[in-house]
Design a protein around this ligand. Sequence first.
Ligand code: G4P
Length: 527
Amino acid sequence: MSTVQQEISRRRTFAIISHPDAGKTTITEKVLLYGNALQTAGTVKGKKSGQHAKSDWMEMEKERGISVTTSVMQFPYADNLVNLLDTPGHEDFSEDTYRTLTAVDSCLMVIDAAKGVEDRTRKLMEVTRLRDTPIITFMNKLDRDIRDPMELLDEVETELNIACAPVTWPIGCGKQFKGVYHIHRDETILYQSGQGHTIQDVRIIKGLDNPELDEAVGNGLAAEFRDELELVMGASNEFDQELFLAGEITPVFFGTALGNFGVDHMLDGLVAWAPEPQGRETDSGAVEATDPKFSGFVFKIQANMDPKHRDRIAFCRIVSGKYEKGMKMRHTRIGKDVRISDALTFLAGDRALLEEAYAGDIIGLHNHGSIRIGDTFSSGEDYRFTGIPNFAPELFKRIRLKDPLKQKQLQKGLIQLSEEGAVQVFRPLINNDLIVGAVGVLQFDVVVARLKAEYNVDAIYEHVSVATARWVYSKDAKKLDEFQRKAEQNLALDGGDNLTYIAPTMVNLQLAQERYPDIEFTTTREH
Ligand code: G4P
């Protein structure tokens, strides 16, 4: 195997999907602790303790105690190199999350075992189903009284339509939580409370029938557990690598992120089973990760991650080959070759200059305005990666300046923020309005705060009578022309100059769709 292939095959790139409060941040901390990326876990985010994530970069995030941005963390685990892409937990930033999910090869689904499958998890799972992304499941908060584990698996299977294969099984829960039995290793790993900030020295008991187990957890509980496990083994699925890779079965782990127990079992499963970096589709065929030529796509742009560096960073997932400092790449949308000598890597939120990176890694490219979400970088070929979506916004406001002299700055700011995917902007064909479209309400506040901080413009919102927007296309240029003339009062250009239909009501949209059958109205737009 060549070095490039070796480097690729040891990489794993994943994201965590969960409902807010299920424990994503806490798991991230523990995962980084194993990766030695953080000395003592507990610095990713402390909502109430006043500590803030290294990745939290906006005042607003701190005030609200939510992480609105996506960040990338790379850490070693065993012989592997793991890239964890953080996704904003808040629903209002789901667009970012969706796009981040196009840049990973597997996902960890974290479920609060006291609550079971929750709304946001359901939605995110739907997104991962589009690409059949392999899913690993972690049932969290076993140190609390949880629901019946068998019932939890049932719920995952019926609600999320994925079979469950338990890899570990809990012995008790809450105050009675004794540890887990690792079905594949045939060993019981005992839990000690109060060890959450360290990598624990755990006691392991080999074999289910080992009398040490009775002694350790108590006779009654051990016997009960053996019976329960027999039932579980009879009723549940065995892990199957192929079905896992096809996204049809999920290995399930139990533990407590806060108690740092079970997270390592999950990580062992991740590096053993999760796929190495996978190729991606382009508009002219698939690119394999093992293709020696460099390629990658931008799934996220973020401004001012570090207030000390007033710049914008484009996050590029390397799809194939190797990045080397100073190399030339083709920016395929504008058809230009660029030399990149200062790409960044993200070690647990800190930025470091990068010498080399391989397929599966995320590199940060300094963006001075020429890079947009969805852009492809290649080794000279002119293809573009597909499948990085924009979603039609559902909320709209007209944005206006307090000081009318800064119209240019406002427009520039909005277009840049829309390229980043922070918000969408629409400019009607018939007037000079600027309409901001968002998927969630919080985006509006973020935009005004960032316009002030980064572009020095004071903007306010006004009501606008827009209910929904659709991107419009037609194969027939003449029909599109005619449509453009007749429907002009409802047409606008988005931040990337794509034609959109902005409808005052849903009924209006419906009528337009009936009236113009040759025009395609879409709710997602691929970059
Ligand atoms: P999120 O990123 O998915 O939103 O969840 P986060 O990790 O912030 O966890 C949400 C809350 O659940 C936090 O408590 C966290 O300490 C707690 N938690 C996470 N894992 C476990 C676990 O295994 N057991 C128990 N008992 N609690 C867990 P908080 O009080 O809301 O916030 P904080 O002040 O601890 O940050």
